[in-house]
Ligand binder design. Structure first.
Ligand SMILES: Nc1ncnc2c1ncn2[C@@H]1O[C@H](COP(=O)(O)OP(=O)(O)OP(=O)(O)O)[C@@H](O)[C@H]1O
Length: 259
């Protein structure tokens, strides 16, 4: 087994404070506060366009097209730069590169020698050792997502940001990927955006709902039991009903206090 969770040495908690961002004279964020506990998996839900991806981009230090102001801190007071991996809905695999070269892309971008042995071990961990020399076009959507997960793991980052990483997959492949991702990302500080309450309730240690304009964040208690939870469990289904009602309602923020 390759080093996966073990290489995420002492993942930090991440704090994003006093976030302000205005687009076209409309405030998207005003005084947003977010804390990601160290080594835990947080799911962020919210209606389309409320600002979830933008919040992830701020944490990752990516441009947002606006002029945000905020402070970003970590529990170990070390910079987040070089400790973050990003996994998007689109797998962003380079079509002209072999699978193994896609997994090791980060090394090549940094001008380092690829660690092919580690990449091969990670491909084995996601069940795709035999695809190393294929091009992405020869793989299914689920296989491509596994490669994207291997590439994320290759980075050895202790903070992982995921923006609807499983949204394009069929239901069964998605359930399989949940288990794989939970196992391989265990111990890292994870923030995942999803539109699917059931997915969030299955995976999360804690759930956040984003709501309104300007956006506010509210927390929702995760069901009991350790992830991955059974999506047919009656407690999870009750939570799902409640979450859906909150997402439909404009009162979500008043109902639960962000903590
Ligand atoms: N560069 C920009 N200029 C103006 N408005 C922008 C810009 N980027 C994003 N927005 C607006 O900011 C809002 C938040 O966008 P964002 O992509 O973060 O939402 P989201 O919650 O992730 O949506 P979805 O769930 O559909 O992916 C949207 O209303 C979007 O139109």
């Amino acid at each position: 087994m390759p080093s996966t969770s073990a290489d995420a040495v002492a993942p930090p908690a991440v704090q994003l404070n006093d976030v302000h961002l205005v687009y076209d004279d409309m405030p998207l964020f005003e005084h947003i506060e977010l804390e990601l506990p160290a080594g835990s998996w947080t799911c962020l839900l919210g209606r389309s366009g409320c600002g979830k991806s933008t919040l992830l981009r701020l944490i990752a230090g990516l441009p947002t097209g606006g002029q945000p102001s905020f402070t970003l801190g970590t529990s170990d007071h070390l910079p987040l730069q070089n400790r973050i991996a990003w996994m998007a809905q689109q797998d962003l695999l380079l079509p002209w590169s072999r699978v193994i070269d896609n997994v090791t892309l980060g090394s090549r971008l940094r001008g380092h020698s690829p660690d092919y042995q580690r990449a091969q071990e990670l491909l084995a961990a996601v069940g795709l050792a035999h695809t190393a020399r294929r091009r992405p076009a020869a793989l299914s959507g689920g296989q491509r997502s596994r490669i994207a997960l291997a590439r994320t793991l290759y980075e050895g980052a202790s903070v992982v940001l995921m923006d609807e990483p499983f949204a394009a997959l069929d239901a069964i492949t998605r359930l399989e990927l949940h288990e794989l991702a939970l196992r391989l990302l265990a111990g890292r500080t994870v923030l995942m955006v999803t539109h699917d309450p059931s997915e969030a309730l299955r995976l999360a240690d804690r759930l956040l709902l984003m709501h309104g304009m300007p956006a506010t964040l509210s927390s929702h208690q995760a069901p009991s039991g350790r992830p991955p939870r059974d999506i047919n469990d009656s407690e999870l289904i009750d939570h799902q009903r409640h979450l859906l009602a909150l997402l439909q309602s404009n009162e979500a923020v008043q109902e639960t206090e962000y903590s």
